[in-house]
Design a protein around this ligand. Structure first.
Ligand SMILES: [Zn+2]
Length: 478
């Protein structure tokens, strides 16, 4: 069955047809590492993860790149105003911009692990790709599509007729917006920076292009350079949050296509904003959650993952704590069903005569159909719960239980929100997992809740939960 994806560029569903048959290249705009990752960021990153998992499930070989933005992303990025987010965080905390980047990149990787993200094949840092950005800037300057003013380099939008084709923003609208930020250096208010000079900026490089001044790159050129380095001039899928569409992705298209003369991306995909308690998440409204905030409330990484992927990525998703409780109940229902089926398969519970063949076939086909329709995760989950209901009602045979377990293993492989198949409760936990219990106790004693939670999640990932008793903690099957 062909995979249909909504292409923001054509504003229609299109069939995924990779440039090289059987292989799919994906680039995702990654985190800007100046603060702790929040759950809104992760709606978009988990969407990218589920996309990759499903494309792999359908037999494609995927190469996935997600960058780390550690320089050049301005606080007012839509009008190129404000200051570099890394510098702003440095000013507030007294740490250097380099140390800020290191700290929050590590936190981001931690969150990826806790939310069971399949790690992208490449996660390049922008600060390590300045020479590659320079090569593109040099070419654009040579072609007369970019120009220099007082050391700053701008892309001349008037020289790229396709500007605006992704976001649909037209000239008048852009000029009105750009007047907010008066910049006499620009020939046209829509022109955007490829390279900036600022003597006070902590992260600086000698110009990586001919005839330039010492400075730092603009945010947009980073993604063009890293994408091209790993995936070549043309890629199959590029994703981001809906707020990346303009100006970031519009500028990526302009500079990449002006440089290569070819279409940059076949399918552009954008995840919708997450709402929390019905409103856009903001610190001032008190509805702002980092990933760590949610985990500290006692929810597991899988429960958070479930709550963030359970609605199709282009639909509004309203995140609430009640939604996390519902996620917990849903996961438990699936795991209880799998445990019983495993007991039947392994001969610990008497089998019946029901082959479950029709229910399993319908679930497998229904899951593929739902996911092939622009990653309709909510429909795919509904299909999974129909199989739970059918299996719970039936007296499955060994073959029926085995087939249903295969289906659940596949759903888990694509969605990653249920966990591994629950194992026999009578078999004790392996020694290496038991060894984590004293480690967790020690972490709790020194009030290192993040470390304690990490251990809990690690155990949960292996199918075990911690039960605190008066004789100390012990492990039970999830
Ligand atoms: Zn990007």
């Amino acid at each position: 069955m062909p995979i249909q994806l909504y292409n923001s560029l054509s504003r229609s569903l299109v069939e995924l047809r990779p440039l090289v048959p059987g292989k799919v290249t994906m680039y995702h705009c990654g985190p800007t590492v100046y603060s702790s990752p929040h759950i809104g960021n992760f709606r978009s990153f988990l969407f990218a993860d589920v996309l990759r998992r499903f494309v792999e499930d359908q037999g494609f070989q995927v190469t996935q790149v997600m960058n780390v933005t550690d320089v050049g992303h301005l606080t007012l990025d839509d009008i190129e105003g404000g200051e570099d987010k890394m510098e702003a965080a440095s000013r507030k905390t007294g740490m250097t911009a380099w140390d800020i980047a290191k700290k929050y990149e590590a936190e981001f990787h931690d969150c990826q692990r806790q939310l069971f993200v399949r790690l992208p094949h490449h996660m390049p840092r922008a600060t390590e790709f300045v020479p590659q950005m320079g090569a593109i800037i040099d070419d654009l300057l040579q072609k007369g599509i970019a120009y220099q003013k007082a050391g700053n380099v701008y892309f001349e939008v008037a020289k790229f007729p396709g500007y605006g084709k992704l976001s649909g923003k037209v000239l008048d609208e852009l000029e009105a917006g750009a007047r907010v930020a008066v910049n006499d250096e620009k020939k046209d208010p829509r022109d955007f920076a490829l390279w900036k000079t600022d003597a006070k900026h902590q992260m600086q490089w000698d110009a990586p292009f001919r005839g330039g001044a010492r400075g730092f790159p603009g945010w947009h050129i980073e993604c063009s350079a890293m994408s091209m380095h790993y995936l070549g001039p043309q890629i199959d899928i590029h994703t981001g949050g809906e707020d990346n569409m303009f100006p970031h992705h519009e500028c990526e298209i302009a500079q990449t296509e002006a440089h290569t003369g070819r279409q940059f991306v076949s399918v552009w995909m954008h995840a919708r904003h997450l709402l929390v308690d019905g409103k856009k998440m903001s610190k001032s409204l008190g509805n702002f959650f980092t990933v760590a905030d949610v985990l500290q409330k006692g929810y597991s990484g899988r429960e958070l993952r479930y709550a963030l992927i359970c609605v199709q990525y282009r639909q509004a998703l309203n995140f609430t704590l009640a939604g996390l409780d519902a996620a917990r109940a849903s996961i438990t229902r699936v795991q209880q069903c799998r445990r019983r089926l495993a007991a039947i398969r392994d001969g610990r519970e008497g089998p019946g005569g029901d082959g479950l063949a029709a229910a399993v076939a319908a679930a497998q086909a229904g899951f593929t159909a739902a996911m092939s329709e622009d990653l309709n995760v909510s429909e795919a989950l509904a299909v999974g719960f129909e199989l739970v209901a059918a299996a719970n009602k039936a007296s499955p045979s060994v073959a029926g239980a085995t087939a249903a377990l295969h289906a659940f293993a596949r759903f888990e492989d694509v969605l990653g929100c249920f966990g591994p198949e629950p194992a026999d409760a009578a078999v004790g936990a392996p020694a290496e997992l038991l060894a984590l219990l004293p480690e967790r106790q020690a972490a709790k004693q020194r009030k290192d809740w993040a470390a304690a939670d990490r251990i809990r999640d690690q155990l949960a990932a292996a199918g075990w939960k911690i039960v605190d008793t008066k004789d100390g903690p012990r492990l039970e099957r999830l």
